[in-house]
Design a protein around this ligand. Structure first.
Ligand code: B12
Ligand code: SF4
Ligand code: SF4
Length: 247
């Protein structure tokens, strides 16, 4: 029994699964539980970690709907999607008890952690030649958004079994990458150096990614050009996004 399972005027605290259910409608629609034991430096006594991702464009559409309803959200936010996630979490869990701690996958978060490895441990996907975690349903169209570290004891949902879809795939991602960043072997490592260098000289790679688009996994959940641009290039992507929404 947790010391603080009653908090906030004695209302029972939501469980991790209930928090995930509250956040799914805004587009934090991919979640899993990782073992909390390795995360004692983040939360002493941590037993479980709820890892939340956004699969496909649902979170992006929710952000756009919110901006259409309140144009004020267009200004004053350096990273509007990250801030939108922060607001959604604050609404779902307004006063987290001392046995829970949230960290978002965002540059302005106090502590930075390796979200891909954490999400893999939670069963959110397999590593891939693209260097991205491939979700069983959303493929490479999975953003990692937040994690809730908790002293609650919840059974982990990962890691997934098997080696993932890259093993027996003819790798259209590799053929589609003009920067030679995708390795020829399924166990090879994606070259962030080659990709970053190529993006400096190629507009299509600065605002999109043909290798990611070529992956057949979860292809029906692919981002549209504007969302891809927003994520690929912070500066010009945010300008293009704001322009698309100003009335
Ligand atoms: C810094 C960063 C970048 C830098 C890369 C710098 C670098 N040298 O690696 C830049 C800006 C270039 C970049 C680019 C992109 N990024 Co980035 N990036 C990050 C960030 C903030 C930290 C990554 C990091 O440095 N980790 C720590 C170091 C120590 O890791 P590392 O040495 O690279 O690798 C270690 C482990 O991570 C592991 N490992 C390495 N690769 C992989 C891959 C998988 C699948 C797993 C499980 C483990 C693993 O092995 C290493 C030894 O332990 C993460 C968010 C986060 N907090 O995790 C997002 C993140 C990894 N990026 C993401 C994305 C989507 C991208 C882009 C596609 C562009 C974009 N934002 O849309 C591109 C392309 C990346 C690619 N194909 O690999 C996503 C990945 C989602 C997913 N499904 O996997 C993340 C998780 C952000 C998010 N909000 O979802 N990124
Ligand atoms: S196209 Fe095939 S090899 Fe490339 S990331 Fe997708 S599943 Fe893996
Ligand atoms: S952005 Fe361009 S260079 Fe980088 S992985 Fe995608 S296709 Fe390759």
């Amino acid at each position: 029994m947790l010391e603080h399972s009653l908090h906030n005027d004695q209302l029972p605290e939501p469980t991790l699964a209930e928090l995930a259910a509250r956040l799914a409608p805004v587009g934090l629609n991919a979640w899993g539980i990782a073992d909390g034991a390795p995360w004692q430096d983040i939360l002493p006594g941590c037993r479980s970690v709820l890892v939340l991702g956004s699969g496909g464009p649902t979170l992006w559409q929710a952000l756009n709907d919110a901006v259409r309803a309140d144009q004020g959200l267009l200004d004053g936010h350096l990273h509007p999607l990250d801030d939108f996630v922060a607001r959604a979490i604050a609404e779902a869990d307004p006063s987290p008890p001392p046995y829970r701690r949230w960290l978002r996958c965002a540059g302005d978060e106090a502590q930075q952690i390796d979200f891909r490895s954490l999400a893999q441990a939670a069963g959110l996907g397999h590593p891939s030649r693209l260097g991205l975690l491939l979700h069983p349903e959303y493929g490479p169209w999975l953003g990692l958004r937040a994690a809730c570290f908790s002293q609650e004891d919840v059974r982990p949902t990962g890691p997934l079994r098997g080696l993932g879809p890259c093993l027996n795939c003819p790798a259209p991602c590799m053929c589609a990458c003009p920067g030679n960043a995708v390795p020829a072997a399924s166990w090879g490592r994606f070259s962030i150096l080659k990709c970053s260098a190529f993006r400096k000289i190629s507009t299509p790679c600065r605002i999109g990614c043909d290798a990611r688009r070529a992956c057949p996994e979860g292809a029906q959940h692919a981002y549209d050009a504007l969302e891809l641009h927003y994520h690929q290039d912070k500066r010009s992507g945010r300008v293009a996004w704001r322009r698309s929404l100003r009335t």
